[in-house]
Each structure stands twice: as structure tokens, then as C-alpha cells.
Design a protein around this ligand. Structure first.
Ligand code: PEP
Ligand code: MG
Length: 916
């Protein structure tokens, strides 16, 4: 779903407050301030105000980040002054001083945007350490090993993130010391060895950056702050924002917070968790932790952590307090919480809380459970579910029979549900390349890193050997709705050789693997998938009583329907699609593309005969053959929709689309001619080729199509009208209600519509007279040509309804070919010329202006004019918000998107008033 944001760049930085303190039970911000403080900062403030144990600190606002970019990396002295004041406050609250040789304060410096972007930006821990402070830390903790380990970790992080020295340079020195000391584990190094590491790191910094490692903590802080701001624009963060439609201009906040140590010994730990299971939605306390570990160790997926239930055994008091706190947080936020904590010497500290990301499955389960528990109202429930979640529930699973017949190769943690099957690739780049070549791939990695994001996006599923349920792969997989299994520890992955082995079997790049993200089972085979449980109920193959998720799904949609103003229709061309649309709750068909019916079995030769006819009589003869076939389709669609309106569009595409390609014909003719096999077949092909050449157009999308066909060949409109009205009359006679709406495409001038309307009315009257029944029908038009939109007041004089064809309207307003934009869209997005694909999400400023204007003009002439949209945008949640604002009567989308649109329409109605 597109993120709605306030434009923070417009806020003036001068004279404003830039830094917000939290500590000692009081914070200057709160949870309503996510725009300013980012999600993390707002959560820390909220928890502080609620009296929870949060290490003190301060948040530098997102507006400072925007200013940082506007002023090319320079910040006003006022910002630095405010930070200095807050630093003093922090030292007081912490009872420690930055850089002190006796009692040093150490801080973490973390990013935190309004929308969480897991692992995409940078973080610095243990800041404040220098040659004096490290001795102070040793004295305070009586643990020299710990103090020097913290110092080397800090130097390593600061060196790579801030000074941009490759990580491997540090790792190289670290390994060298380990080798020299004859140890294999990091923990095998004693204080003396770690002092040596620190010395070597200093040399690395001097050699690589041309300066000494900064010893002044305030300088360290300024440099770290700026590095976090810079990381907002790193390529992976930009890619993440592109996928999730998070605007660039909102910036990130920076949180500076007193360090607490989960790695200070065996009575310390660090962990993350959720108040409910984010994969299945089950009501269970859920998370994992590592004893004697620091921050990123859990999420980085390097060590597989322990499940949180174990914490109850090893640190029962802290566990109990954590459970109480997080339950309270869930009640406060009325949403599942995703939290981070650290236990330092048996004392619990909360480091983060935020609304948890969840699968579509979990979203529906949690929202319906919350309503049942009385925590939220149905209205709040529908606002809580991302409409896209509903489409995840329609994704396929494996056929149990086929699946169960294949042996399980291994198991991992079931991180994100769904069936994934495809060819194995071992890097994100390969995933992108293979999927661009049309292959279904499964990305197998030891662990994923944030840079893998694009590869994950294009894969069928993600399988990793290490990591826990909150590792990067798991979090991102769930959010994308990608089936994911993590921590499949039996996999020995060799990314260099592009292979993995499991229990003696070797799987190479390109081999097939399948897995079930709900159970964690991995199998070494290609397995076909079967429809989702919900689709099975909809298709009548499974009783709703047997499907808990179906009942919850339909409950959510019924709640949504109470708040919806716009109707939701479906684009469907076949009776079975119409049945599906009806079952998903569509209130009619918004677009039936009749030409799709021409491609039905055995029809193309008739259509071709119609096109090849060089006189009206022959054309009419071919049309006569098509008539009963079209009538039968219309009969089926009307019947499936049980009296709801059905909008049928007369023929639209250029005729050459029904004929073979010119090049193919030439090859075939050459072959036949070469064999001297001239005869009827050869002559037919020659005639076809001649017609194809006649029909050739330089710009077929702007050529002889749409209403222009009906005007030049009125007999086509006549046949289609006859088929529609004969089907309607037949049903009326059978006592079944019908509501046909005949729609003329591509109208740019009112006279075009007038011409075609006359044909439709004449034929409809004749059919009704022959049948001896009257059926109420409407004649309307698509608004998809800019001139049509700009003269909508005139067109509404003839049209009884409008339906916006936003695909063509976008094409013609922007002048972007809908078939060719792929060649340059990516560059446009990389260069920030376009944020989104305008063929997916409506361009509100330009195309939206056309839509808004046409609605106003049309209703000026015909105040009750019914107006809808049937372009692809009709199923896009953020476009639906716009359609709500301009007061459309309905949106129409593919049958499978009807649930998404029902929910999005309800959210739009709750969010805006028409005309806003
Ligand atoms: C449109 O242009 O938006 C539309 C619905 O028609 P088509 O996609 O068939 O051109
Ligand atoms: Mg169109």
C-alpha cells in the first residue's frame, strides 16, 4: 500500500525544535509523533512515558535529515547546539560522562524512519569509547576482556560505516590475531589479544583514511550521525523504499541512546520478539534471544538464537517482566508489537516497540481475534489490515497428495507461509537474471543480507541455512508475503560453488526445490501448487465450515462493506470469471472486453473471415456466425451476475491483432511456394498477407480501433448489440433480472458516441420488438482519450454513464506507450523522475486531473451521471483512495482483486470525505 506522508521537507528547520529527549520516566515526544521522531523514536518516547525501563537518550528529528540533504551535508549550528544540550542531559540521566576515564557513557546511534526499513540503514554501537574510556569501562565492569572487545567492535563498525573502510580489512586483522593466538572462536581471545586487535585496527584506519581513529567522542557522534543520514540514500534503502512506495523526502530520524550490554556475561542477554506469531497469527508469545550477545547478533542471522520460552528457564524474573510489559504494549497500541530488549546483569531494558509486520494470513487472524477479544472494533480492524494481505491469502499451496508422496529432505523454521517451487539460485543477482528470463526461482542462501532485497522480491521463495524467525530473511520474507524458511541448519550451502548439500545429496544451481513456508518442510523436486483454501471455498470445493481462514476473510470483508461508499465491480469476459467475481462479492461487471471472446475456441477463423471480407455482405455473413456464440457468452455472464449491472464494451483493439503476424505469414508462404505446393492453402495465405499489409499501422494504439471501428463497420456494433439484447431478452423471459450497460470505447468527440448510440438504440428496439419484451439498458462510454475527458460535459449529453479507461488515459495523457514503458521506466525511477509506475498507481497530478475534471464536467450536464473506473488502477489501493475523493460510483478490477478493492474502498471512505 502506498504510504501517506506529510511533506516534512516543507518544515522549516530554523527556529524549530530538532532534538527530543527521553529518560527518567518522561519524554518530549510520544507515539503520535512518528513523522518527526520516526517509528523507533516515537516508540521509545511512548515507552518512557509509560514508565517502562528504557535506557535514556534523545532523538534527532527527521526534519534534520531533510535539511542535511537540502544543505548538502551541512547542518545549522543551532542543531549542534541542541544536540550538545541534550547530551549533557543524557549524561546526567545516565550518571556517566562521554569519554570519561573512570565512568564512561557509551551510546548507540541508530536510524529510525517513519516506516520501518529492517536492516537497510546503518547503526553504530558502543560510541564514546576511546583510549581513555576503554580503561574506564574496564574499571567499571572489572572486565578488561569485555571492555576491549567492545572497543574493537566499535572501531570495526565505525570504521566500515562512517569511514567507509571495507569490513574485510578489519576481519583480516582479526583473523590474523586469532591465528597467531591459535584460537578459532572469537571468544577465545583474551584482553591482551584484543588490545593487539585494537592496535591493528588503529593502523588500518590510519592507512586507509589518512587520519587517526577519532578519539574525541563528540566528533565521533557528529560523524556517526551524518553517516546514518547518508545511509538513508544508500542503494539498498532506496530499493526498499521503491518496493514499498516509501517516499524519499521523509528522511530518517537518528536515535542516540545510552548503551546497555547484553554481552556483559551469562546473566545478560539480548533478544527480539512479537506479542503474537507474525507468520500464523496464533496468540502465542513469540521470539528469540541469545545469552551474552549484543544487539545485531540476533537479527543478523549469524548465530541461531534460542526460542523465548527458554528465557523463562534461565532468567525467570526478566521473562515475567518482559511478558507483562509487552502484553501491556499490545493493549496500548491495539496492535501486535514487535519488540527488542536487552537484559544486563538480570535487569531488563526495552529498546524498541513497534507494530509488527505480519503475513496476510496473520493479519486477518490477528485483526479478527482482536475484535473477538474486545481490543478493537470492527472499524479499527478494517483499518489495520493492509488490503494487499487479502491477495496473499489467494496464493496457491501444494496439492497434499502430490506433496506427501515426496520425501522430506530437511526442515527449517517456518518463517512465512505459502508454497514455493522453482529452480535454485544462490545469489540475489542470479535470482534477478533468471527471473528476468522467465524462470521461477527459489533463492537459497546461508543467510540473507539487506542487499539481497531485489533478489528476494523476484523469487518464489527464500530458503536460508542459518538465522531465526526474526532474521532478515524471515522479516523481509513475511512482509513481502514470500514463502520463506530460515535456519534450515542441515543445508550446507556453498555460494561460491553454487550448490548445497543435504544429507549426502547435492543440489546445484538450476535444480528444482520446493518448500512449504507454513510447515517448514523442504523437498528436492518440482511440485505443482493447488489453489488456496479460500479459492477452494469460493469454487465450491470446500465447505466454509471447514475453513477457519475463509470465515475470518469473509467476516473482514463484510465489515468493510459497512463502511464502503463505492461499489466494487469486476472486469470479466467469461461466465466462469463472472461466477468467481460474484463469489468474491463483486457488485456487477465493470468491463467485459468482448474481443476476448473472439479468441474462444473455433472463433478466430470466423473473425478472420469477417476481417478479410472485402464487402459488407460477406462481412455480415461472418458476423452472423459469431452472433450465437457471443449471445451464449452474454447469457452466461448475465446469469452469473444475478441481476447486477453488466457493462459490455463493443470491440476495441485494432483488427490486425486477430490476424497472424506478417513475418510468420511470409515464412509460411515462402515454404509453401518453395515446395511448389500452390493451391487453396497457398492462396488463402497470400490473401491473408495482403490484408495484413493493408491493416498495417504505424501507431496501432492511436489507429483504427475503438469507436473508430464501430463507425467504419457499423455492422459489428449491430451484431454485438443484437447478441447482448437477445441474451438479455431471453433471460427476461425466463424471469431473470438483467441490467445491460453497453459501452463504447475510445470516444474523443461527442459525435462519435452519437453515431454509435443511434446504432445501438435502433438494434435494441428491433430485438425487443421481435422478442416481445422490454429490457432496461444503458448506453455509455469509456473516458480514455484526453479530448473525451476535456469535453466530458458534451459527451455526458449522450452518455448515460462514464467508465474511465485509465490504461489508455495514462498512455495518451503521458504519451507513454503502455507496451513499451518497461524499456525506460526503471531509469526514470532510478533518476527519481517517476516514483511509481503510472500504469499501476494512478498519476494523480496529471491523469488524475483529467479524471477529476471529467467527473465535474460530466455531472454538470447530468447530475446523476454514474461514473466508474475499469483500468488496472481500479484494483490498486492508493488509486482507490483517489477515486473515493473524486466521488466515483464504483471501481472495477480483476476478480481476484475484488477483495482487495472492497477493503481498500472501505479504508478510503473512512479516510476521506468526497471532494477533499
Ligand atoms: C483502459 O484503457 O483503461 C481499459 C480498461 O481498456 P483496455 O485496457 O482494454 O484498453
Ligand atoms: Mg482502453
Amino acid at each position: 500500500m502506498a504510504k501517506k506522508v506529510r511533506n516534512t521537507t516543507t518544515r522549516a528547520v530554523r527556529g524549530a525544535k530538532h532534538v527530543y529527549f527521553f529518560g527518567n520516566g518522561k519524554a518530549e515526544g510520544g507515539r503520535a509523533m512518528r513523522d518527526t521522531l520516526g517509528g523507533k523514536g516515537a516508540g521509545l518516547a511512548e515507552m518512557t512515558n509509560a514508565g517502562l525501563p528504557v535506557p535514556p537518550g534523545f532523538t534527532i528529528s527527521t526534519a534534520v535529515c531533510s535539511a542535511f540533504y537540502k544543505q548538502k551535508g551541512k547542518l545549522a549550528p543551532a542543531v549542534d547546539a541542541e544536540i550538545a544540550v541534550n547530551l549533557k542531559k543524557l549524561e546526567k540521566a545516565a550518571g556517566a560522562t562521554l569519554g570519561s576515564a573512570t565512568n564512561p557513557l557509551l551510546v548507540s546511534v541508530r536510524s529510525g524512519a517513519k516506516f520501518s526499513m529492517p536492516g537497510m540503514m546503518d547503526t553504530i554501537l558502543n560510541l564514546g569509547l576511546n583510549d581513555a574510556a576503554v580503561e574506564g569501562l574496564k574499571a567499571r565492569t572489572s572486565n578488561g576482556r569485555f571492555a576491549f572487545d567492545s572497543y574493537r567492535r566499535f572501531m570495526q563498525m565505525f570504521g566500515s560505516v562512517v569511514l567507509e573502510i571495507p569490513k574485510e580489512t578489519f576481519e583480516h586483522e582479526f583473523s590474523a590475531v586469532k591465528r597467531a593466538k591459535g584460537v578459532t572462536l572469537d571468544t577465545g581471545l583474551d584482553e591482551e589479544a584484543l588490545r593487539e586487535v585494537v592496535l591493528r585496527y588503529k593502523q588500518v584506519v590510519r592507512a586507509r583514511s589518512g587520519r587517526d581513529f577519532p578519539q574525541e567522542p563528540r566528533e565521533q557522534l557528529t560523524m556517526a550521525r551524518d553517516a546514518v543520514f547518508r545511509s538513508w540514500m544508500n542503494p539498498r534503502a532506496q530499493e526498499y523504499r521503491r518496493i514499498y512506495e516509501i517516499p524519499d523526502h521523509i528522511g530518517t530520524a537518528v536515535n542516540v541512546q545510552m548503551m546497555v550490554f547484553g554481552n556483559s556475561g551469562d546473566r545478560s542477554a539480548t533478544g527480539v520478539g512479537f506479542t503474537r506469531n507474525p507468520a500464523t497469527g496464533a496468540k502465542e508469545f513469540y521470539g528469540e534471544f541469545l545469552v551474552n550477545a549484543q544487539g545485531e547478533d540476533v537479527v543478523a542471522g549469524i548465530r541461531t538464537p534460542q526460542p523465548i520460552a527458554e528465557l523463562q528457564k534461565v532468567m525467570p524474573k526478566a521473562y515475567k517482566q518482559l511478558k507483562e510489559i509487552t502484553t501491556r504494549l499490545e493493549r496500548t497500541y491495539k496492535d501486535i508489537q514487535d519488540f527488542e530488549f536487552t537484559i544486563q546483569d538480570d535487569r531488563l531494558f526495552m529498546l524498541q516497540t513497534r507494530n509488527g509486520k505480519r503475513t496476510g494470513y496473520a493479519a486477518v487472524k490477528i485483526a479478527t481475534d482482536f475484535v473477538a477479544e474486545g481490543l478493537i472494533s470492527p472499524k479499527e480492524a478494517i483499518l489495520q489490515i493492509d488490503p494487499e494481505s487479502l491477495s496473499q491469502l489467494l496464493a496457491p499451496g501444494f496439492d497434499p497428495k502430490e506433496w506427501n508422496a515426496i520425501p522430506v529432505a530437511t526442515r527449517g523454521l517456518a518463517a512465512s507461509p505459502g508454497a514455493a517451487s522453482g529452480q535454485v539460485v544462490f545469489s540475489a543477482e542470479d535470482a534477478v537474471r533468471w527471473s528476468d528470463a522467465g524462470k521461477a526461482v527459489v533463492l537459497v542462501r546461508r543467510e540473507t543480507v539487506p542487499d539481497d532485497i531485489r533478489g528476494m522480491f523476484v523469487s518464489q521463495g527464500i530458503l536460508t541455512a542459518t538465522g531465526g524467525m526474526t532474521s532478515h530473511a524471515a522479516v523481509v520474507g513475511r512482509q513481502m508475503g514470500k514463502p520463506s524458511i530460515v535456519g534450515a541448519a542441515e543445508l550446507e550451502v556453498d555460494e561460491g560453488l553454487k550448490q548445497f548439500s543435504v544429507k549426502g545429496q547435492t543440489v546445484r544451481e538450476g535444480d528444482f526445490v520446493s518448500f512449504d513456508g507454513l510447515t517448514g518442510e523442504v523437498k528436492l523436486a518440482k511440485v505443482a501448487s493447488k489453489p488456496s483454501e479460500i479459492l477452494q471455498v469460493v469454487a465450491g470445493d470446500l465447505s466454509p465450515k471447514k475453513s477457519d481462514i475463509y470465515r475470518r476473510f469473509s467476516q473482514v470483508l463484510l465489515w468493510a462493506d459497512k463502511y464502503r461508499r463505492m461499489e466494487v465491480r469486476a472486469n470479466a469476459d467469461q461466465p466462469d470469471q463472472a461466477e468467481m467475481a460474484f463469489a468474491f462479492g463483486a457488485h456487477g461487471i465493470g468491463l467485459c472486453r468482448t474481443e476476448h471472446m473472439f479468441f474462444g475456441e473455433g472463433r478466430i477463423p470466423i473473425v478472420q473471415r469477417m476481417i478479410l471480407a472485402d464487402n459488407e455482405a460477406d462481412r455480415r455473413a461472418a458476423l452472423q456466425e459469431l452472433l450465437p456464440l457471443q449471445r451464449k457468452d452474454f447469457y452466461g455472464i448475465f446469469k452469473a451476475m444475478r441481476g447486477q449491472p453488466v457493462t459490455i464494451r463493443t470491440i476495441d483493439p485494432p483488427l490486425h491483432e486477430f490476424l497472424p503476424k506478417r513475418e510468420d505469414l511470409m515464412v509460411e508462404i515462402a515454404k509453401l511456394g518453395g515446395n511448389l505446393a500452390t493451391g487453396p492453402s497457398f492462396e488463402r495465405k497470400l490473401a491473408l498477407l495482403r490484408r495484413v499489409e493493408q491493416l498495417h499501422e504505424f501507431n496501432p494504439m492511436l489507429g483504427h480501433r475503438g469507436v473508430r471501428l464501430g463507425i467504419t463497420y457499423p455492422e459489428i456494433t449491430e451484431m454485438q448489440t443484437r447478441a447482448i439484447m437477445e441474451a438479455a431478452c431471453q433471460l427476461a423471459k425466463e424471469g431473470i433480472k438483467v441490467m445491460p450497460e453497453i459501452m463504447i470505447p475510445l470516444v474523443g468527440h461527442v459525435r462519435e458516441l452519437r453515431d454509435q448510440k443511434a446504432v445501438v438504440d435502433r438494434v435494441a428496439a428491433a430485438v425487443m420488438k421481435e422478442a416481445g419484451v422490454r429490457v432496461k439498458y444503458l448506453v455509455g462510454t469509456m473516458i480514455e482519450v484526453p479530448r473525451g475527458a476535456m469535453t466530458a460535459d458534451q459527451i455526458a449529453g449522450e452518455a448515460e454513464f462514464f467508465s474511465f479507461g485509465t490504461n489508455d488515459l495514462t498512455q495518451m495523457t503521458y504519451g507513454f506507450s503502455r507496451d513499451d514503458i518497461g524499456k525506460f521506466l526503471r531509469v526514470y525511477q532510478d533518476k527519481k523522475i517517476l516514483d511509481k509506475d503510472p500504469f499501476t498507481t494512478l498519476d494523480v497530478e496529471g491523469v488524475g486531473f483529467m479524471v477529476r475534471t471529467a467527473v465535474e464536467l460530466g455531472r454538470r450536464t447530468r447530475p446523476n451521471l454514474k461514473v466508474g473506473v475499469c483500468g488496472e488502477h481500479g484494483g490498486d489501493p492508493s488509486s482507490i483512495h483517489f477515486f473515493e475523493r473524486v466521488g466515483l460510483n464504483y471501481v472495477s478490477c480483476s476478480p481476484y482483486r475484488v477483495p482487495v478493492a472492497r477493503l481498500a474502498a472501505a479504508q478510503a471512505a473512512l479516510a476521506v470525505k468526497v471532494g477533499d
